[in-house]
Design a protein around this ligand. Sequence first.
Ligand code: NDP
Length: 307
Amino acid sequence: MDHRKVIIIGSGPAGLTAAIYTARAEMQPLVLEGHEPGGQLTLTTDVDNFPGFSQGILGPELISQMRAQAQRFGAECTNDSVASVDLQKRPFTISLENGKNYTAETVIISTGASAKFLGLENEKELTGRGVSTCATCDGFFYKDKIVHVVGGGDTAMEDATFIAKFAKEVYVIHRRDTLRASKPMQDRAFKNEKIQFIWDSAVEKILFDEQGVKGIEVRNLKSDEVQTRKTDGLFYAIGHTPNTSFLKGQLETDQNGFLKTHNGPETSIPGVFACGDVQDPIYRQAITAAGSGCQAAIKAERFLEGH
Ligand code: NDP
């Protein structure tokens, strides 16, 4: 069986930063890139908030630069996806969907999280043309526009408040008449004059033309009345699903399935580290993911030295 010092599962900014650091530490990392190589950044267009790119950079370009940087130091990146892992004994075993197996002294998990979508017709094609799952990334593009945010949790409140800095009108559409968000976040949104709430309601249809989103149809779940609303942007803030199914419960998670970490990137199993969105329900930024990838790499290197 092919044996490695470190295997990195996932290839977004967290995994690729871990690859750069472990490659430079001469650990010859193997990066298993998964079904969506590059992760969520490959689904966005302009990235304006990653330091070092004063004119911004396209998400896919940023990823391809990170990958090239890791490969320059000897990281091996393959398009393979992991079917299952055995983390109960060292070396750890990683089984790929193509039937191949590896063993590894250390494992870095950076499989990210996927934003939940409503499941409406055309929503995926309209991502980047009016539909967004990341206010921090895209809010800025809605200067003086009308935006609707779906969700009633902390993310929805934070997103609405952030987008209201730019947009002229922000509407939060929530399926119930009480919010899940924490009291301070609710209060902040309630106090913001640009933000209004549409209660007990669900978006049923996205209206669009070749430029992108133009409006939505919203059903009031109590009265069943459907209204057509003009909008330039539709932001989903209905939660994220961490990509952990291949772990089959071998690592501790929080109640939403995010991997629990301590002392930075340490998981509940020594030698297994987690970085990026798979362990971060709060920040979910490329730069924070990259930072945690660096931490995971340094911890993996120290772990190897100690064993
Ligand atoms: P949550 O799971 O907390 O909230 C999701 C919201 O979306 C809920 O209001 C839910 O409605 C709604 N929702 C879910 N599915 C659908 C659907 N299919 N259609 C319509 N509405 C839907 O996710 P968040 O991303 O808001 O937060 C995740 C975690 O991160 C939380 O623990 C939160 O506290 C934390 N967080 C903290 C922040 C901070 O402290 N600054 C910032 C952001 C997040 P319902 O309420 O009816 O279930």
